[in-house]
Design a protein around this ligand. Structure first.
Ligand SMILES: Nc1nc2c(c(=O)[nH]1)N[C@H]1C(S)=C(S)[C@@H](COP(=O)(O)OP(=O)(O)OC[C@H]3O[C@@H](n4cnc5c(N)ncnc54)[C@H](O)[C@@H]3O)O[C@H]1N2
Ligand code: MOO
Length: 428
């Protein structure tokens, strides 16, 4: 019986669990794409003083003798005795019963409670000096609201109260989190140190040099998994190094042992099939022929296509910071198998917020069929169409259709799920 995709996901999360995160305090600027090691809360309220939400004229409804909804008592003219700009000291001492010209973002002193937008007056909005007197031209429809206390005034903390939870532990820092946090006085945050991933490509046939690949050696294949998976790691805030070995198990074991102490996770690609030269299986499984393997990884053929052959284990090694094993995940060598398996099994280890979400069949456009017992995984494009989230399978063979994909479709007999590649589709 082949192992199911979900069983394998749980197995990898358990067996290849990473060492606890290490953290560091760092400035928010430059933290884009990194993960928060603790919840982010507002240090200051936003706004942190009462301010005008409009360019216009601030008044005290109490001084004008206006009660709630008292539009009939609204004066036709107002004297202007003060001028307030954002971030500057007020010019002039406002006399009771008169207005202050005020700009959006200008500080409202305690005596002022309402702002009349400049459009509702005869004042020239761009005049350098405040006018001495204005006529009110409040439209009928606005009359009841225009002079009620609090109109067009932003209260302290109305956007964000002090102490408000802005982002959770484990969230990725986004451009908007940077903006929100800086606006409430948070300049430094606790971040998890980027995970260090080693990507080891196996195979004598692989070449990184275009000249060598273009027929210089029979059967040479251009290497693409390394930089592809390195980029996928970077999307999740992890730093990946790339390594190559040929089809010699002893060489692979030596390489893995030498890099393991410096890495949180080793990912291998290739060498997990059923053939005579499957170097990863030979090195970390039970060995091959007379060559004993380390027997530290488990290999299965999943009930899934592509990406059927998979492995996971822990390499015995002494770490400088403690711990005596390094987790390893073994992906198939085919670029499409490696890519899909990375998103299904390794992204959750690295803290990806994406989860496979069930989609109603009517929201899915597809040609592909599920395996009789197991999952078919296909590239798909997720988009909102007529107000619904629709997943459309991308057409083409192997890795090609992934060029326009932003999601994976997981097709099974009785359900269809979708996993966002952008890393942000979460169930609510
Ligand atoms: N008799 C069977 N044969 C195969 C089975 C099976 O069940 N029985 N499964 C097939 C499936 S499915 C897959 S997937 C592959 C798994 O093979 P490996 O993981 O051992 O991968 P390789 O043989 O090393 O490579 C496969 C293919 O991909 C190319 N490749 C490998 N690494 C890279 C790289 N870094 N960049 C670009 N391309 C790469 C490699 O040259 C091969 O063409 O086994 C099937 N066979
Ligand atoms: O499992 Mo493989 O070729 O279908 O990636």
């Amino acid at each position: 019986m082949h192992v199911s995709l979900d069983e394998w996901r749980a197995t990898v999360l358990g067996l290849a669990a990473l060492a606890p995160d290490r953290t560091e305090e760092a400035p928010l600027e430059g933290a884009l794409g990194r993960r928060l090691a603790e919840p982010l809360t507002a240090r200051l309220p936003a706004p942190d003083f009462r301010m005008s939400a409009m360019d216009g004229f601030a008044v005290s409804t109490r001084e004008l003798g206006l009660g709630e909804g008292d539009s009939d008592a609204c004066p036709a003219h107002l004297e202007v005795t003060c001028d307030i700009s954002a971030g500057r000291a007020a010019v002039g001492n406002r006399r009771p019963g008169t207005a202050a010209r005020i700009m959006t973002g200008g500080l409202m002193s305690d005596d002022l409670d309402t702002v009349i937008p400049v459009e509702f007056t005869d004042a020239d909005p761009t005049a350098a000096e405040a006018p001495a007197r204005i006529a009110l031209t409040i439209p009928e429809a606005e009359a009841a609201k225009a002079l009620t206390p609090g109109r067009h005034v932003r209260k302290v903390g109305e956007e964000i109260p002090a102490g408000d939870l802005l982002a959770r532990k484990g969230d990725f820092v986004t451009p908007q989190i940077i903006g929100i946090a800086l606006s409430v006085g948070v300049t430094h945050v606790k971040l998890t140190r980027p995970r260090k991933v080693a990507i080891v490509m196996t195979g004598d046939e692989l070449v990184t040099d275009l000249q060598a690949g273009a027929g210089a050696r029979p059967g040479a294949v251009l290497e693409s998994n390394g930089p592809m998976l390195q980029a996928a790691c970077a999307r999740l805030g992890a730093e990946a190094s790339i390594h190559h070995v040929g089809d010699d198990p002893a060489e692979l074991i030596a390489l893995a042992r030498s890099i393991a102490p410096r890495h949180d996770l080793i990912v291998t690609t290739g060498g997990v099939g059923s053939g005579a030269r499957d170097v990863v299986k030979a090195a970390f499984g039970e060995g091959f022929g007379d060559t004993p393997g380390l027997n530290c990884s488990r290999f299965e053929h999943l009930a899934m296509r592509p990406g059927g052959p998979q492995g996971v284990g822990r390499l015995p090694v002494d770490h400088a910071e403690g711990g005596n094993t390094t987790p390893m995940v073994h992906l198939p060598g085919t670029p499409v198998g490696a890519f899909t398996a990375f998103h299904l099994f390794i992204a959750p280890l690295l803290g990806s917020p994406s989860r496979p979400l069930t989609l109603p069949e009517r929201n899915v456009r597809r040609e592909a069929q599920p395996l009789k017992t197991g999952a078919t995984v296909k590239p798909a494009h997720l988009a909102i169409e007529n107000g619904s989230l629709i997943a459309t399978e991308c057409e083409g063979a192997r890795l090609r259709p992934f060029a326009e994909a932003n999601a994976l479709l997981i097709l099974e007999k009785d359900r269809v799920r979708v996993l966002s590649l952008a890393g942000s589709l979460r169930a609510r």
